[in-house]
Design a protein around this ligand. Structure first.
Ligand SMILES: [Cu+2]
Length: 142
């Protein structure tokens, strides 16, 4: 009985090495692929869902509301800070009846003071400074 052509030690040696290298590189490629695929997809979704600020600030200066138009999501609230020289009075449109959205009738805010209001429902809410009705603003909840 003779099996001389294929030596049992030499042939498996290089083929095993080749096999190990192939398997090793496949596993390595698989790890880097899955880890690079998972990391970017998990991080942005987490930050995106937690980024919306709960409170938006509107500054009232001598020229009016800044910003004049704001867009928020339902449940967010707005704080008006009076940094003008005079007392202001925030009121819902239309002037002077203020009937469109009565919760917006916040009343007087003295210089240096502020008032906040939460907007739970979707819609366009227009308001003005009742003591200087040319100063107008809009809150869009969407
Ligand atoms: Cu008014």
């Amino acid at each position: 009985m003779e099996y001389p052509k294929v030596s049992p030690t030499k042939r498996p040696l290089w083929s095993w090495i080749l096999l190990y290298v192939l398997i090793g590189s496949l596993i390595y490629a698989g790890f880097t692929y899955t880890s690079s695929k998972q990391n970017p997809s998990t991080t942005p979704t987490n930050t995106e869902s937690s980024t919306p600020a709960e409170n938006i600030n509107i500054v009232v200066n001598n020229d009016g509301f800044d910003p004049r138009i704001v867009e928020i999501k339902p449940g967010q609230s707005i704080t008006w800070s009076n940094q003008s020289d005079a007392t202001i009075s925030i009121a819902s449109d239309p002037h002077p009846t203020h009937t469109d959205y009565p919760p917006l009738n916040l009343g007087a805010i003295k210089t240096g003071e502020s008032k906040s209001l939460a907007f739970p429902t979707i819609g366009d809410f227009k308001y003005h400074n009742h003591l200087s009705p040319s100063q107008r603003g809009t809150v869009t909840v969407q």
